[in-house]
Design a binder for this molecule. Structure first.
Ligand code: MN
Length: 312
């Protein structure tokens, strides 16, 4: 198995530091996972408002939020208002094509601003985008998943955030999470020093984002906020990957079947061609009804123009 390691780009989203792992060198998605940010971990003072991301649109993608610590209020143009807290998933689907699109806001909430009584004054959240297969007609939607399959293997806790998975001991798990192409996402948390072996699907591409600590696999070391990317080049001999880590290490294991279409990204838009990105910029900046309205006073973020010679 060939394992490649990628470094994060450090940026700021809504006032907090993030490590961006996708898109990365080569800009190739992992299956349909085309964007990967780890927000935080960050602690907020009593007078700080945390993450505040104003009104912005999405196209041809799903936003997939996985909460490790803290709470975030999501509001969207379909009228959904949902607080996400730890060990929960939110998935918002923008729909496909120029007749679809969605907009939303995301903001940290605390016990005094709409969060639960034990909401942390901090954040650690993984936000991913899943590119939609553009040969399917997909309608916009939003889903919140407070309950997901959880299990332990030796001293490693696992949560299946999306997809289906059969463990090396033969137990089968299914997440309820909506999908339009085959994907998997497992949160893996080492409660003691040890190792875990994960089963791989032959047609999937895979990645591992280390959220805390570091892992070792086949002599490669991946540290916090680095990304491993690998795929099974030899199905007969490599249908599993073994990860070794110390107590307290936590990671997100993602994978999926590659899409048949091209995946271009610009700002908050995904499309399979440049013209559609250009049209989405025009539509958002002119208040087109395809993006709806979010019931929020938060500022509306304008879409930047495509740079000269944009090739995706
Ligand atoms: Mn968004």
């Amino acid at each position: 198995m060939t394992i490649k390691k990628f470094e994060p780009r450090i940026a700021d989203v809504g006032g907090i530091p993030i490590a961006r792992l996708l898109p990365n060198r080569g800009k190739k998605p992992i299956g349909a996972w085309c964007f990967l940010d780890h927000a935080g971990p960050a602690e907020f003072g009593e007078d700080e408002s945390g993450m505040q991301v104003g009104r912005h649109p999405h196209t041809n993608l799903q936003t997939f939020s996985w909460m490790i610590e803290g709470e975030v209020l999501h509001k969207d143009s379909l009228g959904n208002e949902q607080v996400i807290s730890k060990n929960q998933v939110n998935v918002m689907t923008a729909g496909t094509g120029l007749n679809q699109g969605i907009s939303h806001t995301e903001q940290s909430v605390f016990p005094d601003t709409g969060g639960s009584a034990d909401a942390a004054r901090g954040i650690s959240m993984v936000q991913l985008w899943i590119a939609l297969p553009t040969d399917q007609q997909i309608e916009r939607n939003f889903h919140h998943y407070p309950e997901l399959p959880m299990w332990s293997e030796d001293n490693v806790d696992m949560i299946l955030t999306t997809g289906s998975y059969t463990s090396v001991t033969g137990k089968h798990y299914e997440a309820p999470t909506i999908q339009y192409s085959k994907l998997i996402g497992i949160d893996v948390n080492f409660t003691q020093d040890g190792d875990v072996t994960l089963n791989l699907e032959p047609d999937f591409e895979y990645g591992i984002l280390v959220l805390e600590g570091e892992i070792e696999s086949e002599g490669n070391v991946c540290e916090q906020n680095q990304l491993f990317r690998f795929h099974d080049t030899d199905v007969a001999s490599n249908s599993r990957i073994k990860l070794i880590a110390k107590k307290g290490t936590r990671l997100m294991f993602i994978g999926g079947e590659p899409l048949n279409n091209q995946v271009l990204l610009w700002w908050n838009f995904v499309a399979d061609n440049k013209q559609e990105l250009e049209q989405s910029i025009i539509d958002w900046n002119n208040g087109h009804e395809r993006f709806g309205e979010v019931d929020s006073d938060m500022k509306r973020l304008p879409a930047p123009e495509l740079p000269e010679g944009f090739k995706g």
